[in-house]
Design a protein around this ligand. Structure first.
Ligand SMILES: Cc1cc2nc3c(=O)[nH]c(=O)nc-3n(C[C@H](O)[C@H](O)[C@H](O)COP(=O)(O)OP(=O)(O)OC[C@H]3O[C@@H](n4cnc5c(N)ncnc54)[C@H](O)[C@@H]3O)c2cc1C
Length: 309
């Protein structure tokens, strides 16, 4: 089931068809704050007021033309302009490099992200680079490192525990004292590249967390962002941090908008930092299909919405 939805998430014709379907649009609202920047900013503010930290994302990926990539750059400059007065820690920004032309060429993408980073730095906004499917991993890490070397020190990066290579990737950047959003990974990957068994992905996640929370990493300035809805991993993190005397402000939990809200609220009540990944925009189809792939129950809700109206 998971692979079927991940396959469908890449189908352009289906994307065109379903993106305009009323019930799909309605159900997508569970995971997406709205179509416009104004809606994204309003939802961010509301969450901030409730004590939830936010990272705002403009949906979109796999941009194939320079013109489209330039439009995404302009949209991100507008995001930074719109949120520049907000608390810079409470409201950060996330982006995908394939929105900025990574599939066109690295240099073009680098020039595009640099423009966004310059504006973000001017307004003290933190930016995190999402991690996409494995053909993009090398290029993404290369551009992330370039950003750090160019002086955009607060730049965050996402790493995925399902990839066999991730331990090495993490160790390679550890001396930078990185801000790492650790997730399990949401794309369809071959077994040669990613662990096919969920138990290996989950175990790998804990092994990576131990590296990220190690005294050397924290001393270098690492800031672990534990991006999962998995209660076992969250409990493990809480217990581990307590045992190692790691303060609540040395790391944060992160979850996706619309998923496990009660758990988000519980962590905030317990005094932990909790950030929600909040997407907006009209290109919600692939993001939405990946959310369906993660949990079969979502598909049942959707089917009920389609047929029991
Ligand atoms: C802040 C954030 C940023 C992310 N960024 C990236 C990225 O850049 N690249 C990338 O590849 N992936 C990204 N992901 C997605 C991630 O890789 C996983 O696919 C996703 O988080 C589901 O895995 P899990 O860790 O929650 O664990 P799972 O073991 O899959 O889920 C644990 C439990 O959480 C609940 N749950 C999980 N997913 C859903 C869902 N869709 N709907 C309803 N309930 C659900 C279920 O109750 C499930 O039992 C991100 C996730 C988060 C939280």
């Amino acid at each position: 089931m998971k692979n079927i939805f991940l396959f469908l998430s890449r189908q352009k014709t289906l994307r065109k068809l379903l993106s305009t379907s009323g019930p799909f649009q309605k159900f997508s609202k569970r995971f997406v704050s709205g179509e416009t920047l104004a809606e994204g900013v309003a939802a961010s503010r509301e969450l901030n007021q409730q004590g939830t930290l936010v990272t705002l994302d403009c949906l979109g990926e796999s941009v194939q033309s320079e013109k489209d990539a330039h439009e995404v750059v302009q949209e991100y400059l507008k995001i930074i302009e719109a949120v520049k007065a907000e608390d810079n820690f409470k409201l950060t920004v996330s982006l995908k490099l394939s929105q900025l032309g990574l599939a066109i060429n690295d240099q073009f993408c680098l020039e595009n992200i640099r423009q966004i980073m310059q504006s973000a730095k001017k307004h003290q906004k933190l930016v995190t680079i999402d991690m996409e499917d494995s053909p993009y991993t090398d290029q993404t890490l290369k551009i992330y490192r370039a950003m750090l070397e160019e002086g955009f020190g607060g730049t965050g990066i996402v790493l995925q525990s399902y990839l066999r290579r991730t331990e090495k990737d993490l160790r390679d950047i550890l001396s930078f004292g990185p801000r790492v959003r650790l997730c399990k990974g949401a794309y369809q990957e071959p077994a040669a590249v990613a662990f096919p068994k969920k138990s290996d992905v989950d175990r790998g996640y804990l092994d990576l967390l131990k590296i990220l929370f190690s005294p050397d990493a924290l001393k270098a300035g690492a800031y672990p962002e534990v991006a999962t809805h998995d209660e076992k991993i969250i409990k493990w993190t809480i217990d581990y941090a307590k045992k190692q005397n790691i303060a609540n402000d040395q790391f944060e939990f992160q979850m996706l908008y619309g998923i496990r809200k009660y758990l988000q609220e519980k962590l905030i009540r317990q005094g932990y930092r909790l950030r929600v990944y909040l997407p907006y925009g009209s290109h919600w189809y692939p993001y939405f299909m990946r959310r369906l792939a993660e949990r079969p129950a979502n598909v049942i809700f959707l089917l009920k919405g389609l047929f029991l109206r």
